[in-house]
Design a protein around this ligand. Structure first.
Ligand code: TYM
Length: 332
């Protein structure tokens, strides 16, 4: 049986970008890959690479757990758990720090971007973060890791570290493959379509949150930046705004970009945006309804307990093997 691993950081409420690039893929893969065991977690240790409000973090962790299920993950098919509840992630994270070179960490573009924005009080873990991410994946011998485009470099590094460790200490880790969505691996900002849509952006009109009020979400689509040509044509370079909206449309409807161009060839931006706003509304409504029910349901905790136990068993065995390979402790 193969394994799939992925996670989301609880540093805010989830965006439509997280949904299209990651969550929606998890749900599809859960139904498509019948020979694959899935481990999906809330990457809370990754959240403290930057300052967090304790109460808010707690809330976000639970909220993401509920959103995973509200978006369609089936707790009977997927092991859902919280990263910090399995100490082996941090343990293997340290081993990965002892496998990676500082230069490799410093080359990560996400680190460079964040460091540039923050300038003061940059935590060491912001630099070493990819080692923990590698640990998250390698701990479970993941064959496949569904992610958005922005995690590509981290996944490449994970592959490098797995191969390096295997070479130095003997075959220990599976070298994982990334899995990107066909469309929507990088959903862009609605106000600055050259940039990625992200929850930490300053302008709330630049992103849609899965828990946005439906009318607010629709208005964000209506006011999204486009160009003055008024032709619904996909051209990321010349027309990044409308191309991004087309990508969102294609991802949520499973209609190809080409078919969207054809369907709207005699139309205008206003009509297209209105249709997309309706589609976004139809996507969010059932997710939000399930989400609010789940937040009150004690079975959410049971799901996380079960997921933790299943994951812990695998993680524990793997860690024992890793320490043995390294010659640590007294294990023979
Ligand atoms: P995070 O929490 O920033 O994002 C979670 C997932 O959402 C994807 N994503 C997007 N996809 C398309 N368009 C966007 N605008 C967009 N924004 C985010 C991300 O690519 C990601 O797949 N380091 C990870 C969390 C993590 C992880 C792991 C993932 C920790 N350990 C192990 C996979 C395997 C992160 O910060 O993702």
């Amino acid at each position: 049986m193969k394994r799939l691993v992925s996670g989301i950081k609880p540093t805010g409420s989830l965006t439509l970008g997280n949904y299209i690039g990651a969550l929606r893929q998890f749900v599809k893969l859960q139904d498509d890959l019948l020979d694959t065991e899935m481990f999906i977690f809330i990457a809370d240790l990754h959240a403290i690479t930057t300052p967090q409000d304790k109460a808010q973090l707690k809330k976000n962790i639970k909220s993401i757990a509920a959103l995973y299920i509200a978006c369609g993950l089936d707790p009977d098919k997927v092991n859902l758990f919280i990263q910090s509840e399995i100490p082996h992630h941090a343990e293997l994270g340290y081993v990965m720090e002892s496998t990676a070179y500082v230069g490799e960490m410093e080359r990560m573009t996400q680190y460079k971007d964040k460091k540039h924005k923050q300038t003061q009080g940059i935590r060491t873990s912001l630099l070493t973060y990819p080692a923990l991410m590698a640990a998250d994946i390698l701990l479970y011998d993941a064959d496949i890791v569904p992610i958005g485009d922005d995690q590509k470099q981290h996944l490449e590094l994970t592959r490098t570290l797995a191969a390096r460790f295997n070479q130095m200490y003997g075959d220990t880790f599976v070298v994982p493959e990334a899995f990107y969505p066909k469309t929507g691996a990088r959903i862009k900002s609605l106000t600055e379509p050259e940039k990625k849509m992200e929850k930490s952006a300053l302008n709330p009109k630049s992103y849609i949150l899965l828990l946005d009020d439906i009318n607010t979400a629709k208005n964000k689509i209506r006011s999204a930046v486009t160009d003055s040509e008024a032709i619904i044509r996909y051209d990321v370079k010349e027309k990044p705004g409308i191309s991004n909206l087309m990508t969102i449309f294609a991802s949520l409807s499973d209609v190809s970009i080409k078919d969207i161009e054809e369907q709207y060839k005699d139309s205008d931006y206003k009509t297209f945006k209105e249709d997309l706003a309706t589609l976004v509304g139809h996507t969010l409504e059932p997710i939000q309804a399930r989400y609010h029910a789940l937040m009150k349901d004690p079975s959410l905790d049971q799901t996380l307990d079960l997921g933790r136990e299943r994951a812990r068993l695998i993680a524990m065995r793997k860690m024992a093997k890793v320490y043995k390979r390294l010659g640590l402790g007294r294990q023979k």
